[in-house]
Ligand binder design. Structure first.
Ligand code: ATP
Length: 434
């Protein structure tokens, strides 16, 4: 199946309520996006699937939910004030700005003029805390969650009864004042990350790095991404972030080309060592085997929620010819699908039908998000749920009133089965288990 182009995807996302351009009634606001009813469910499901795998399915990872604003010194010590910058070039004719690495020939992609010499631009968002806007009140919106995990290392270590190797996982908003944004939700200035900091003994870092690359790659594949559109790409030495010894990206072939979904970095003891030095806190642990205090090394898988949502949407997009007409559906993994089941009474003006359908919907809703739709032709209702990626439809018809059975329609195959209404919870429990 060929990938849909980005316009097709953006318009489906808007039409069905996955993603809206932000502030649209005011004409929009540069590359900001809002998740609508379906999108809000999708990204919740992405985050839950990540948390289940990275935290709940393991006995060596615990969670953290830290604040976005932190002591500004953290960003000095971490090296972000000095290094978290991109090379900015400008066109003297049209004044457009670009990241120098996006314009290798140093010509303006818009008007062909020669661009200015690159100057470094720090992409951290600055703000002021409290009523006075002076240097002493400067704070940053975090550009990654990782630093808040490092500065809580000791608190977690002392309270969670963990032993090295162990990990601290965090999901949260981050902000980067990117020079250029675009490709829909691929690159924006406010986005969400799912990050794990996995602490290991020095010397055990390379093996742990390899294991996490493998584990993370498997997660993307198991959630349905086409293996042919997934690859691993090690960073070249000159690409490495200031804190990294080695980084391997999980890349996906988006409709506009290959792009990073997740980076898995070996951050060594760089951050913990610097924070220990600057704060005076002891960020080491006592290694019984080595009989000494050791600062752990960190392996960091860092994925973007928004890019994940884009990859899952693009990958799930299908068009099928059904009796000469195109049928569009999203073949999303049921774990990710915003609604798991849709319930339709065949006619909305027959009270017993509507009552039975409403009862079935209410019953299923105790376990799963259910969409109830009583209006329009049944074909149109199926089509709407196909585009929403709902894996199952339940239709209550006139026979249902006689024999208490309903039709279950499966999204991808369109296969229809008759199932006893009472048996539906069991039927779906077997098919919606993860
Ligand atoms: P890129 O090279 O694309 O700018 P990065 O290497 O700076 O990304 P990381 O710092 O490794 O990204 O961040 C981890 C993850 O956060 C990325 O793999 C990506 O999924 C996500 N991410 C990074 N920048 C953005 C952005 N501007 N918009 C949306 N998601 C982003």
């Amino acid at each position: 199946m060929a990938a849909p182009d980005l316009d097709t995807l953006t318009s489906l996302a808007k039409r069905r309520g996955f993603v809206f351009p932000s502030s649209e009634i005011y004409g929009g606001f540069a590359s900001t996006w809002d998740y609508g009813p379906l999108g809000a469910e999708l990204i919740r499901n992405v985050k839950e699937a990540w948390w289940r795998r990275v935290v709940h399915a393991r006995d060596d990872v615990v969670g953290l939910n830290a604040s976005i604003l932190m002591h500004p010194r953290i960003w000095d010590v971490s090296g972000h004030v000095e290094h978290f910058q991109d090379p900015l070039v400008e066109c003297p004719a049209c004044r457009r700005r670009y990241r120098a690495d996006d314009t290798p020939d140093l010509r303006c992609p818009h008007c062909g003029e020669e661009l200015t010499e690159p100057r470094m631009f720090n992409t951290m968002f600055k703000t002021f805390v409290g009523p006075v806007e002076d240097e002493a009140a400067v704070a940053y919106l975090r550009p990654e969650t990782a630093q808040s995990t490092y500065v809580n290392f000791k608190q977690v270590f002392d309270t969670a009864r963990v032993r090295v190797p162990f990990g601290i996982a965090q999901i949260g908003k981050v902000f980067r004042n990117e020079i250029t944004t675009g490709n829909f939700i691929f690159r924006s200035r406010e986005f969400e990350q799912m990050e794990l900091q996995y602490f290991v003994r020095p010397g055990e870092d390379d093996a742990a790095h390899e294991a996490w690359v493998e584990a993370r790659f498997a997660w993307w594949r198991e959630l349905g991404l086409d293996e042919r559109r997934l690859r691993l790409r090690p960073h070249r030495p000159e690409e490495l972030a200031h804190y990294a010894k080695a980084t391997i990206d999980v890349e996906y072939e988006f409709p506009f080309g290959w792009g990073e979904l997740e980076g898995v970095a070996n951050r060594t003891d760089f951050d913990l060592r610097r924070h220990a030095q600057a704060s005076g806190a002891d960020l080491s642990f006592f290694d019984d085997a080595a009989r000494q205090h050791v600062t752990p090394y960190v392996i960091e898988p860092a994925a973007g929620v928004d890019r994940a949502a884009l990859a899952f949407l693009a990958d799930a997009y299908r068009v099928q010819d059904v009796r000469g007409k195109p049928r569009v559906f999203l073949s999303l993994d049921p774990q990710l699908a915003p609604f798991k089941v849709a319930v339709f009474p065949l006619a909305r003006n027959r009270a017993p039908l509507v009552e039975l359908a409403a009862r079935i919907a209410a019953d299923l809703r105790r376990r799963w998000p259910v969409f109830y739709d009583a209006t329009g032709s049944i074909g149109r209702r199926y089509a709407r749920q196909d585009e929403a990626g709902t894996p199952f439809g339940v239709t209550v018809d006139f026979d249902s009133l006689e024999d208490q059975t309903v039709t279950v329609r499966e999204r991808d195959s369109m296969a229809q089965t008759r199932v006893a209404a009472d048996a539906l919870p069991e039927y779906f429990a077997a098919r919606l288990a993860w």
